[in-house]
Ligand binder design. Structure first.
Ligand SMILES: [Zn+2]
Length: 133
């Protein structure tokens, strides 16, 4: 497989897929098929840009099972540019995170799953590399 093709496939796999509400226009992440704003069914797929702002954060010193090798790490409430707030681990931090810091989604190893040693990948957020105009 060509590199570019592989990149495109993995890029697609790790898009932030959510939903949008046809009734009130709310953006929904993670997808739950019911709009949290108006409680009507919402199943129209919507791809989030994967960018947002740190709303609040906490540093975890005493990690739960499966996360020990990553401690200490920071968990943040991130307000996506489209509106929803989600919880995610921060990565690639050069310094203490700041409330209001611009962040973007990246795909990273989340944890090693139990005795089988299965590595689970998912999204984390890192400080935005390219300054926005
Ligand atoms: Zn709605």
């Amino acid at each position: 497989m060509e590199v570019s093709q592989h990149w495109r496939l993995s890029n697609q796999r790790y898009q932030m897929q959510g939903e949008t509400c046809d009734h009130c226009g709310a953006s929904i992440f993670p997808p739950r098929d019911v709009c949290p704003e108006c409680e009507k069914p919402a199943q129209t797929p919507f791809t989030f840009a994967g960018t947002g702002t740190i709303y609040s954060f906490t540093t975890v010193l005493d990690a739960p099972a499966g996360f020990e090798e990553q401690a200490p790490y920071s968990i943040a409430l991130i307000k996506l540019d489209e509106g929803p707030i989600l919880t995610a681990q921060l990565t690639d931090l050069d310094a203490e995170p700041q409330i209001g810091m611009r962040v973007e989604m990246v795909t990273r190893k989340l944890r090693t799953d139990g005795e089988a040693g299965i590595i689970v990948y998912g999204y984390k957020f890192r400080p935005m590399l390219i300054p926005e105009s």
